[in-house]
Design a protein around this ligand. Structure first.
Ligand SMILES: [Mg+2]
Length: 276
């Protein structure tokens, strides 16, 4: 997002606040009416990055971001998913890229500043635009004001697809594995989808594609079931409870292998203050 877009967004928010519509807003139309791209909506946490909020010797973070939120300074330990920069660069040719996260806006903005130095991401929607039902975070794609038959939504949390399941593409969760290739593997599929008249249902297209070219995500999928209650003090996809294949950081995995993977007890992650 460039300076002018940011100022426009601030103005929009002020206007909506004045009009009593603070909780959501609509995107501006795409810049060139004659060259409309399809829309790629991306979740942030465990889809594009993994962040923690305490120092953790098992977490191989690459940078620490300072995030101010409601008068409190948080240290955010961040690791990008491998191939992220290349993924955004290539996808921006075919898609308008929008972030939709359950994390707070202050956190999201700071993370995007770091991961999107080339400004491939057009806009973002944050926690105030999510719907929380029974602890589950739902993301309503209609607030983006984009045709749904031209929109693909990638998230690591299947709950996020509940309102528009035909648009969803479930990606394995990322913690900090250097060997993760999910974004790299998605590139040819998303290029293939960019030529379709209608991208729904995404899952059906993906199955057809995989029947020809092989499975996109061949490793065992890690699924995080996220319960997000929107409590204060949480800036990202907080309260994520791991319900399947307890994911471990690389160092932890090594230790686990050495110890014959004993006692895979479900446990809450402590890292999430902001995510979505
Ligand atoms: Mg996520």
């Amino acid at each position: 997002m460039n300076c002018i877009q940011y100022i426009k967004k601030c103005y929009q928010k002020l206007k909506q606040k004045r009009d009593g519509q603070e909780e959501s807003y609509r995107l501006s139309t795409q810049e060139s009416e004659g060259q409309k791209k399809k829309t790629l909506v991306l979740d942030l946490d465990e889809t594009l990055v993994h962040c923690e909020f305490k120092e953790n010797q098992n977490f191989n973070y690459e940078t620490i971001l300072d995030v101010w939120h409601r008068g409190v300074l948080y240290n955010v330990y961040l690791c990008r998913r491998p191939f992220l920069r290349e993924f955004l660069k290539q996808m921006s040719v075919f898609y308008e890229i929008i972030i939709f996260t359950a994390g707070y806006e202050s956190y999201c903005y700071k993370v995007l500043q770091y991961i999107d130095v080339d400004k491939h991401i057009s806009d973002y929607f944050a926690r105030q635009n999510c719907i929380f039902v029974n602890g589950n975070c739902l993301k309503d794609l209609t607030i983006l004001d984009r045709p749904l038959d031209q929109l693909i939504f990638i998230d690591n949390n299947p709950n996020a697809f509940e309102l528009q399941p035909d648009n969803g593409l479930l990606i394995p969760s990322f913690l900090d594995s250097d060997e993760d290739e999910c974004l790299f593997r998605l590139i040819p599929f998303l290029k293939f989808m960019a030529n379709k008249q209608c991208v729904k249902p995404v899952n059906k297209f993906m199955k057809d594609y995989e029947s020809i070219y092989g499975s996109l995500f061949s490793d065992s999928h890690i699924t995080l079931q996220c319960n997000v209650d929107g409590e204060e003090g949480s800036l990202n996809e907080e309260s994520c409870i791991i319900v399947e294949n307890v994911p471990k950081h690389r160092k932890t995995q090594t230790l686990m292998n050495d110890k014959q993977k004993r006692n895979q007890v479900q446990q809450p992650r402590s890292q999430s203050l902001f995510s979505g």
